[in-house]
Design a protein around this ligand. Structure first.
Ligand SMILES: N[C@@H](CCC(=O)N[C@@H](CS)C(=O)NCC(=O)O)C(=O)O
Length: 217
């Protein structure tokens, strides 16, 4: 056994990114599924003082921050590698991850996804339409940039899947479950085809968001 436990709420794209990384490498792990009621409890804050998910434990080693977890797993279990071989490829991977962390997640996918998907479908909260409308210009800029950076490549760094592909596909899959997300993806045909390729991977199929988050639910 790997001694690995991952904590988080199923449906979280960050939790899913960690799980996909482990599954791509065929590393067994235990998922400690949390519910919204577990958030910010003393037990949660002990593992993650900022009260977010996911968290990772391997024996007595504890880690939070999705990127740090994924990079650690990628180093500990090198096959198949999810970090590409050349400096330019690694720079591209890190650039895409930076765009996700600084612009796409906080200013586009989180406000739209929370107000259109997580809030109404999981927490019974109404959508704040003004927040969604305000996030759309940044969402369009990000998607256009992802389309440009992907270009005619199979994946963001060339022919192999990298950590950037995993993080972005996990976020776009959730966002694509609302009208705004689909509208965004429809503006970027190469990104749409790439997303289909990513979602067809066994690691994505094995980590589907719960039905309650899906639009038809
Ligand atoms: N920088 C953190 C961000 C994690 C994050 O924002 N996770 C979301 C779920 S996808 C969360 O915990 N949201 C709860 C909250 O904002 O209170 C990471 O990469 O792990």
């Amino acid at each position: 056994m790997s001694g690995i436990t991952v904590h988080g709420i199923p449906g979280s794209p960050f939790l899913r990114s960690v799980e996909i990384t482990l599954k791509e490498k065929d590393v067994p792990y235990h998922l400690r599924a949390m519910s919204p009621a577990d958030m910010k409890t003393p037990e949660h804050l002990e593992l993650h003082p900022f009260g977010r998910i996911p968290m990772f434990e391997q024996d007595d080693f504890r880690l939070y921050e999705t990127q740090a977890i994924m990079r650690y797993v990628d180093e500990c279990f090198p096959h198949p590698p999810l970090t590409p071989g050349t400096p330019r490829q690694r720079a591209r991977m890190n650039q895409v991850i930076g765009i996700i962390e600084w612009y796409f997640f906080p200013k586009a996918s989180a406000p739209i996804g929370f107000n259109r998907i997580i809030g109404p479908r999981l927490l019974g909260l109404p959508a704040d339409e003004a927040v969604i409308a305000e996030a759309m210009p940044m969402a369009r800029t990000c998607v256009a940039e992802f389309e440009r950076l992907l270009g005619d490549q199979a994946y963001f760094t060339g022919n192999g899947v990298s950590l950037a592909d995993i993080i972005l596909a996990a976020q776009l899959d959730l966002l694509g479950d609302c009208a705004e997300g689909r509208e965004l993806i429809d503006t970027a045909p190469k990104l749409g085809a790439w997303l289909d390729r990513m979602l067809a991977r066994p690691s994505f199929a094995a980590t589907q968001p719960p039905e309650v988050l899906r639009e038809a639910a």
